[in-house]
Design a protein around this ligand. Sequence first.
Ligand code: ATP
Length: 234
Amino acid sequence: MTLLEVDGIDVAYGDVQVVWDVSFSVTEGETVALLGANGAGKTTVLKTICGPLTPSAGDISFNGESIGHLQQDEVVPKGVTHIPEGREIFSDSTVRENLRLGAYTNRDGMRERLDRVYEIFPRLEERKGQKAGTLSGGEQQMLAIGRGLMSDPDLILLDEASLGLAPVLVEDVFDAIERINEEGTTVLLVEQDVNNALRIADRGYVLESGRMNLSGSAEELATDDRVAASYLGG
Ligand code: ATP
């Protein structure tokens, strides 16, 4: 079943259009990678799905319902969670408080969800009483993902989850994403780390200068010269 359908969206910041006629879909249970060079429009597309931006043309539907013009606080209860680039955790609150805040739209089953997050990220349980601002970069990224899971999403949008992390932590974060998907959450991820993204993804799409120019299975894209070329901006 198609969970997310992005249908011919244009997106602009004020008068400056940065996304043109972008279409793609995500089926329930998949992990899909949205790839492209710096400035290609990946973050803009995620922000249009999850609320802060709205398309000037086209539409987005989730579970068959139009969400293109909804705000973020209206999209989260429908089952879409966005983990923004840069994490945006509450530094002065503890790990546990940050996780509880993630469940703000749905507080039923809080205990079970906390247990699930601690199972995926044991490090967070060890540090549950620690102020989030004192966590390492990798731990903060785990916390940002864990907080997103606390709203019990059907679809999780991950923006550059591996950015700035040491290689060993990058592996951990991708393994965690893989596990989250195996446990039933559909994943749409934006990544500069093409190799790791295509390692865990089923399919991918490549944006180039605000337009969709390539799509295929992860295996097809991993061996396609045009993928490498589009990362060099060529
Ligand atoms: P990166 O991998 O570098 O994060 P990206 O593919 O996510 O890039 P976007 O952040 O979506 O790209 O940016 C797409 C284009 O929109 C860029 O040209 C960028 O300069 C522009 N842009 C992004 N945010 C704004 C904004 N708030 N106002 C004006 N232009 C913006």
